[in-house]
Design a protein around this ligand. Structure first.
Ligand code: X2X
Length: 338
């Protein structure tokens, strides 16, 4: 906070009554809070489009006093880099998968258990409800602040350049890239595949040079990151749901004036709801669009893939790791998971 802002606040506390403007700093010219938000999503992805809208609304509502610049598409580095920048305070805001956050906040990954969610009608009440509140409290213990509403990434599908994945046996030894997270590696080992972690920033070129045969992501990312150029087959596994927590550096957030926090949170949360509508709408059209771009889709018997995880001991292992409280909250919204 600058000296001029302190004195303005002191001035307003001294009895000067202002109209209920969002920020009582109209005598100061230019931005007073210049902050950064970064992500891993392409510029055309609904995460980038909607957060950009939120940041524009924040600037407008504050008369330009709160200026949050957006750095999409790994411009500031990989997810791993951005997470350390966020923790050190070099970056103020960042959206991240709860599974990648697992390296810092072990229980944050609970929402990513394989085949836990049958649909969005269960996901949103869960992450907007007690399950999400539990995770946000865990995130706070890790020194970060998470906004209330998660953004959607989507239900994940397996793609391949070498062969269609139709049965669980097709996963045997399959060289697949997974995001950097213990739960992800564990899930694909349980499928019998040969997973290796890699940040999303490197995925396109790793697929292009055939370091990996496959990867898994929601349709919206496969489309906007142009993964269809380097992947041929898509198995509709819906093997897990993934979203993004909109995170802030905890100390930085706590140091912002309440009126600034309120206007940021209001707009970020409002656009999260629009982002959820975007991905739902895209899911209805992207199979046709990606097929038109040359991908070959196939259905799978999802129950067989789930059985494979169960028989490999995946659910038992992670139920123990997450503990009874987190697991009960997941099942409260998702239904029986194991
Ligand atoms: O890294 C990925 O695959 C991505 C973009 O889906 C995540 O953010 C987890």
């Amino acid at each position: 906070m600058t000296i001029s802002r302190r004195s303005l606040i002191a001035h307003s506390l001294a009895g000067v009554v202002f109209a209920p403007a969002v920020l009582r700093i109209s005598k100061v010219h230019g931005a007073e809070f210049t902050l950064k938000y970064a992500n891993n999503a392409p510029v055309t992805h609904p995460l980038t489009l909607r957060t950009k809208e939120a940041l524009e609304a924040i600037a407008k509502e504050t008369g330009g006093k709160v200026d949050i610049q957006i750095f999409p598409n790994n411009q500031l580095g990989s997810d791993t880099d951005m997470l350390s920048q966020l923790r050190s305070g070099a970056l103020e805001f960042f959206t991240l998968s709860p599974l990648i956050l697992q390296t810092l906040v072990p229980k944050a990954a609970i929402s990513g258990i394989g085949f836990a969610w049958s649909g969005y009608d269960k996901v949103w009440p869960g992450v907007d409800g007690e399950l999400g509140a539990f995770v946000r409290a865990e995130i706070a213990k890790g020194g970060l602040f998470a906004m209330e509403k998660m953004y959607d990434n989507g239900f994940r599908q397996i793609t391949s350049s070498t062969k269609p994945i139709v049965t669980p046996a097709d996963m045997d030894g399959f060289k697949i890239r997974v995001p950097p997270s213990p739960l992800w590696t564990s899930m694909f080992k349980a499928f019998g595949a040969a997973p290796a972690p890699l940040n999303f920033a490197e995925v396109y070129s790793a697929l292009q040079t055939k370091v990996f045969e496959g990867q898994e992501n929601p349709l919206s990312l496969i489309n906007t990151a142009k993964l269809y150029e380097v992947q041929k087959y898509l198995a509709k596994t819906n093997h897990m749901w993934d979203g993004f927590w909109f995170l802030a550096n905890g100390k930085m957030w706590a140091g912002l004036p309440k009126d600034v926090q309120d206007v940021i949170a209001k707009n970020i949360n409002a656009q999260a709801l629009k982002n959820r509508e975007d991905t739902a709408a895209q899911n209805a059209t992207l199979e046709a669009e990606l097929t038109g771009k040359g991908m070959v889709f196939n259905a799978v018997d999802n129950a067989k893939f789930r059985e494979k995880l169960a028989s490999a001991g995946f659910y038992k292992e992670w139920q123990e790791k997450f503990g009874p409280e987190a697991w009960a909250l997941l099942e409260k919204y998702a239904g029986k998971v194991s």
